[in-house]
Design a protein. Structure first.
Length: 130
């Protein structure tokens, strides 16, 4: 394995770990794990999840009960999405995901320049015609 590639991969990982997007995401996730409303909602969700697993494990599953549980889970998910901490976590994760998409796009441009070139050098900076 190319040691230079591994060193650069480590540098990239360290750069990602020190990025504002990653730091904000981790801090938000940590805060969410301490949030009482989030903890209560996740606890209820986990109970429902375990109940539906128990239903599916039975020889004769109660499909009506499973449908009721599924509806309760969907309702709880909607309620959870309205919690301020859940919204903050979703926003932070989107920021990180967007950054990683940009990183992956940059890697793709370099590794497969022919697939990322539109013929207009303004879109790629002209690197694909060198």
């Amino acid at each position: 394995m190319d040691q230079n590639v591994m060193e650069k991969a480590k540098e990239l990982a360290l750069a990602i770990a020190s990025s504002q997007e990653f730091i904000v995401m981790r801090a938000t996730e940590d805060a969410a794990s301490q949030d009482e409303a989030m903890a209560e909602a996740f606890g209820k969700y986990e109970e429902l999840h375990q109940e539906i697993e128990a239903c599916t494990a039975k020889e004769q599953p109660d499909f009506e009960r499973m449908a009721q549980i599924d509806e309760q889970m969907k309702k709880l998910q909607q309620e959870m999405q309205q919690l301020p901490m859940a919204q903050a976590m979703q926003k932070a994760r989107k920021g990180f995901t967007d950054m990683m998409a940009a990183v992956n796009a940059e890697l793709s441009k370099v590794l497969s320049p022919e697939s990322s070139c539109s013929g207009d050098c303004h879109s790629c900076g002209g690197h694909c015609h060198h």
